[in-house]
Design a protein around this ligand. Structure first.
Ligand code: UGA
Length: 436
């Protein structure tokens, strides 16, 4: 099939890439000049394992092409995937500016086209957006009854390619017409669910919100475990064996970040509120997530006392490992809190130094790990990069001035680091009490 994808961000590029791998002919529309130029030269504009090589292969096979011209991309295509950003408005509501603009451009391009085309919304949007916002705009600007479907994406940054190649399910919302969009997924082997567009949109929001609530719950339980001398990881093992609970996405840490969970939970909470069904659960998860990064500060103060003039190495600026994305990274509230306490903060990340500097131009970002930890009084692991997981405890001990390690993501072995004379504190690691 010939496919047009609008938006070469994270979701759009990976979606187009995987369709190309399945033999479809894909054109990706990108309006941002700098991003388009990179893509035309075959360069992926963000860090995501495996994507660069896969894109190079599909470009070489001429199955993946990039353009800024939506008419050219839609010409000959039977479907257009809408993959533009849906930022959060000031009040927490979803901002549909880019969706509306893209829907209008798609409709305009479709006005000149033969009447077989389906527009598929992949961007994360609140229930009712495909039917009540996108469809009327596309139909008005095209002048014909274009079907609009909803196909939410469930891939995770850091494992985007793996997730998109082997999805655990594909959900398609179809209201009237455009069922042939399923042909695109004919060679994918996983459960496939057809629902209405509203239901598909709600499935996406409910999935992300449930996972965010699960993580917020894990964080609070982990904090409590520290106080009462229990290791949260042992608890996860015990409760995770209950098939109704499941151990995944139960890793406690310094809070959830990224472009999805914080924004999507806020948007769903806003929607619930606007329907006069305020969600105590969603609001509580957001409130809990706002304070969780400060757990790192509490642990530091526990160990070092006053943080004024103390040198802290903040390891991990990306919101999670294997990405250079810093949107809603928990590194930011940690850095702000440390600065407010008068600490000297050195920030390090294997991939996200540049993107973090765009967010925080004054940050003291150090690209070399050894220089970041040299003579530090303490270090805080905010992202569980492999580079941190493999740090040598003896080397750390020799390099640092102090010996405190705050493991915000449980990246390290507590025993190994304690044995090397380091003062290990980990989120959910309540090792103080023993039953011996
Ligand atoms: C999330 C969802 O997991 C995807 O299914 C969804 O497609 C995507 O949002 C989206 O809506 O586009 P993503 O934000 O890329 O994916 O990454 P996650 O792996 O979900 O991590 C989100 C945050 O939760 C990170 O800050 C991570 O550190 C944190 N997290 C995750 C935990 O604190 N504990 C966990 O057990 C898992």
């Amino acid at each position: 099939m010939k496919v047009c994808v609008v938006g070469a961000g994270f979701v759009g590029l990976t979606t187009g890439l995987v369709f190309a791998e399945h033999g479809h002919d894909v054109r990706v529309v990108e309006v941002m000049d700098s991003r388009l130029r990179q893509l035309e030269q075959g360069k992926v504009p963000f860090h995501e394992p495996g994507v660069q090589d896969a894109v190079t292969r599909q470009i070489a096979q001429s199955r993946l092409r990039f353009t800024s011209d939506i008419r050219e991309a839609i010409d000959g295509a039977e479907c257009t995937f809408l993959c533009v950003g849906t930022p959060q408005g000031d009040d927490g509501a979803i901002d549909l500016r880019f969706i509306k603009q893209a829907a209008k451009e798609i409709g305009d391009a479709l006005s000149a086209k033969e009447r077989r085309h389906v527009v598929v919304v992949k961007s994360t949007v609140v229930p009712g957006t495909a039917a009540d916002v996108v469809r009327p705009i596309v139909q008005e600007s095209s002048g014909w009854n274009v079907p609009v479907a909803s196909n939410p994406e469930f891939l995770k940054e850091g494992s985007a390619l793996k997730d998109a190649r082997a999805p655990d399910r594909i959900v398609m919302g179809i209201d009237s017409g455009g069922e042939y969009v399923w042909d695109l997924y004919a060679s994918f082997e996983c459960p496939k669910l057809t629902v209405t567009t509203r239901t598909a949109e709600m499935i996406k929001y409910a999935a992300n919100s449930f996972l965010a609530v699960k993580i917020a719950f894990a964080n609070e339980m982990a904090n409590l475990c520290e106080d009462v001398g229990i290791d949260w990881l042992d608890v996860v093992e015990g409760i995770g064996l209950d098939y109704r609970i499941n151990p995944s996405f139960f890793q406690a840490g310094l809070g959830f970040g990224g472009s999805c969970f914080p924004k999507d939970v806020a948007a769903l909470a806003y929607l619930a509120n606007s329907h006069k069904h305020p969600s105590g659960v969603l609001n509580a998860a957001l409130a809990s997530n706002a304070t969780q990064p400060l757990r790192a500060i509490e642990l530091l103060e526990d160990e070092l006392g006053d943080l004024e003039e103390k040198t802290i190495a903040l390891l991990g600026l990306a919101f999670k490992a294997d990405t250079d994305d810093v949107r809603e990274t928990r590194a930011l509230p940690i850095l702000h809190a440390l600065q407010a306490k008068g600490a000297i903060v050195r920030c390090h990340d294997p991939q996200a130094c540049e993107t973090f500097l765009e967010l925080m131009p004054d940050a003291n970002v150090i690209t070399d790990l050894d220089s970041a930890i040299k003579n530090a009084d303490a270090l805080v692991i905010q992202t569980d990069w492999q580079e941190y997981k493999t740090m040598d405890p003896a080397h750390l001990k020799a390099q640092m001035a102090g010996n405190t390690i705050i493991d915000g993501r449980r990246a390290l072995s507590p025993e190994l680091f304690a044995d090397a004379g380091l003062n290990y504190r980990g989120i959910g690691y309540g090792a103080n009490e023993s039953t011996d």
